[in-house]
Design a protein around this ligand. Structure first.
Ligand code: NDP
Length: 359
């Protein structure tokens, strides 16, 4: 019975998130991309943080009322993972099959998707935003359950590093939801369709794979990380966060108002009369300093678990490297075709792709 509940848990949680996303009040905003064949911006209704809070509070209330155990999702992890994988597959088929073919091969269509920005009820539900929200909340539930498991197992001997890692992953999720609107200006919205990659990726891969550093060390005792290393690890994580959040906010501020200073810094630009690119601040350090930030944050989370010799914990930052290097190359290609000579000029001015003076 418990195992069956584990299998169906993601279905129930995801449906609850869908309902809350559709029914709770939200803030309507204009997105960055336009409707196909028009200059009208797509509209979005954002209420991610509210949905997140309601789901987490509901979970805590269910635990307090002894309906579920604090670490139930961790105990049932293989079943809930199975449920999430199944849900992701069903969703991917449902979002691909009914729509006209885009690529020659069905597999390519299935993986990348056929429609660009599926929405329901005039943007009340946007599937890309819903998918990110679903993945973020499920990740947070997994993080809380793993931390609870560790604490129940070790009590006062629990590893402070594992608890800090859990708190930093929570920071990562909440930060994303606080700046939900900024993410409407990212590559996923500009260039991706919704298929297996986003559908399965956000509902099965993201909420489980990102928790790997915690999964891999939840059963292990306190490694006794010295205080000085804790400070170094905090610096690694927050310097990463600063680079990533800073670059995203600078670009967002610029796209909304090209003359507005960001953190007191006036935008310095290059222009061909038609298009304009930022060349100072974070965007003058490298062409994708935000990707370096993301990798540093993941590294900080791994280091805090206190077991750098456990190879599995490194899968999380390594995945970022494997994801973000090809993504930078693809984005460069896209920008080259969009901006032409202006992009070449940008590359001359800012020659590094991700890591200043290295790559
Ligand atoms: P960017 O935010 O770097 O967006 C790239 C786009 O920005 C380009 O296509 C171009 O679009 C515009 N642009 C590029 N250079 C300039 C410039 N100099 N001036 C003005 N506009 C410019 O990349 P992503 O969308 O890939 O990433 C967004 C965030 O999401 C990053 O912080 C990334 O690390 C994070 N991310 C997180 C993941 C995770 O799993 N945690 C996964 C993937 C990304 P335009 O057409 O508008 O000009």
């Amino acid at each position: 019975m418990n195992k069956l509940a584990g299998l169906f848990a993601p279905f129930i949680i995801y449906f609850f998130i869908f309902l809350l996303n559709a029914l709770l009040p939200g803030r309507w905003v204009n997105g960055y991309i336009t409707r196909p064949g028009s200059d009208v911006k797509l509209r979005y209704r954002l209420n991610g943080l509210l949905v997140f809070n309601i789901v987490i509070i509901t979970w805590i209330v269910l635990c307090l009322a002894d309906v579920i155990e604090w670490d139930w999702l961790y105990q049932m992890r293989w079943y809930t993972l199975g449920g999430a994988i199944t849900f992701g597959l069903i969703f991917s088929l449902a979002i691909v099959l009914p729509f006209p073919q885009v690529k020659k091969s069905f597999l390519a269509d299935f993986y990348y998707g056929r429609i660009e920005n599926p929405q329901l009820w005039g943007g009340r539900i946007d599937f890309k935003m819903l998918l990110y929200l679903t993945g973020a909340i499920m990740l947070e539930l997994n993080v809380l359950n793993i931390a609870a498991y560790h604490y129940i197992k070790f009590g006062s001997f629990a590893s402070p590093g594992l608890i800090i890692s859990s708190a930093l992953l929570t920071w990562f999720v909440v930060d994303y939801l606080l700046f939900e609107e900024v993410h409407l200006y990212t590559y996923d919205f500009l260039a991706e369709r919704v298929g297996f990659k986003l559908g399965w990726g956000d509902t099965a891969f993201y909420p489980y794979f990102y928790a790997i550093p915690l999964w891999a060390t939840a059963e292990m005792p306190n490694p006794g990380t010295p205080a000085v290393l804790i400070i170094v690890y905090l610096l690694v994580f927050f310097s990463g966060w600063g680079l990533s959040r800073g670059a995203n906010m600078q670009k967002y501020t610029f796209k909304k108002n090209p003359y507005r200073p960001f953190l007191g810094l006036k935008p310095e630009v290059i222009s061909d009369g038609k298009n304009t690119l930022l060349v100072n601040g974070f965007w003058g350090l490298s062409r994708h300093i935000n990707y370096l930030g993301e990798i540093l944050m993941a590294t900080g989370i791994v280091l805090f678990t206190g077991y750098p010799s456990v190879l599995a914990v490194w899968l999380y930052p390594l995945y970022y490297v494997a994801l973000l290097i090809p993504r930078q190359i693809a984005d460069d290609k896209r920008c080259k075709s969009k901006y032409g000579a202006l992009w070449e000029q940008y590359i001359k001015k800012v020659p590094y792709r991700i890591i200043p003076y290295v790559y």
